[in-house]
Design a protein around this ligand. Sequence first.
Ligand code: SF4
Ligand code: SF4
Length: 432
Amino acid sequence: MQVSHYLKVFPFEERPGQLLVYSTKKASLLLLKEDIYRSIEKGTLSRADEELLLKHEIIVPDREEEKRDMYGRLDKLNAKGSMMNVSVFLNMDCNFSCVYCYEGDMKGKLYMSDETAGLLIDFIKEKFTPGRKSLNIDFYGGEPLLSSGLIKYISGRLKSFAGSRGATYTFSLVTNGSLFKRQVAEEMLKLGLKGIKVTLDGPAEIHDRYRPFKSGAGSFDAIIRNIKETCDLVRIGIGGNFDRESYQGFITLLDYLEREGLTPDRIYQVKFGPVMKRPEGDTSPADYTDGFMSVNEPWLVEAGALLREEVLKRGYYTPKLKPLPCQVEVKDYYVVNYDGVIYKCPAFIGRKGFAAGNLRDGVRDYSDTYRTGIWKNEECIECVYLPLCFGGCRYMAYVRDGSVNNKDCKKPYFDASLETLIKQDIKYRRKG
Ligand code: SF4
Ligand code: SF4
């Protein structure tokens, strides 16, 4: 037996003589006596310890074989998948006028038509082959609730379709929160609503500067009112977009939420992410912040860790690190724009050359377009962070280099923050 190649080992000051052993492959953490860890190398493990460590993939029969297996890892995960996820962009319209809105010139009265919604339902029915267990849609906009009729129509159809297959249908909304009233929540719950994600960009004075209504009026109070009105019915996740100047303000926001009674038992998740730099003429959707952690700038590492600590110490849930390939690598994940064009990542919507098909003609081979498998090279296979990274975010690479031909290496970020993130998770254990 050998120590797995995909391990990070840290000292654990709180318990001298013990080590924190983190498997990047399983995203699992084990507290291990130093002498047990040493006896792996010496080959003197007891049978009980060997079984335990093998189960957690801390040890493997052959490290070289383990590395070779990584080449086929995502194919295996894709083959096993019993769920299907689709992100649907219902419109390009919004009642807000956010200063950083990525929709820019694309914004306007552009809505998914009934005909396109029908094609979307047919497309999903075809892709959701028998035996699959769950179907989920994330509705985006613009503001998705400006298309609430279409959400109900699509969800009604897909809920009965999934039911007829013995599968579940759920959906979520990535909404600005201003239109999410109790009556809306009640109606949508019956159709499979599992949660909403609302963006607050700091305390009122900062949020209102970044995310005003189109009229210029502040939107903060209306959003908080709606969250209070609906948080007993629906899982509400609060997100926020920070930059180098604004991130400290999120601590004030957390204090405010607590004072207002929006405590961890009422708020499902809190996660803040940095606003990403945009390339010239960018038209990708606002409110899409996943993948932004690939920015390796030191201020971001510091800001991310600080805000995560503030969130966790108040008892809110925030996601743990986990093996998460870029969604372009996930076979059963599609992004459908209001006009029926299919992409593999929300950030590429509207970008010429990145369509992966359309609802009428289906999905075409997109492996070159998105450079799937970009991580299948010696450097990445040898990299301990591979299972957490898989070559990073294609969109970040695109923003930086103008193409997706290079990987978006997150090594400096992981080197600087993994230990802190793991120790935060130990300190503030909660559901996970
Ligand atoms: S390219 Fe991949 S990681 Fe980056 S935003 Fe898109 S799906 Fe997320
Ligand atoms: S892109 Fe960098 S961090 Fe990611 S797996 Fe490859 S070498 Fe590792």
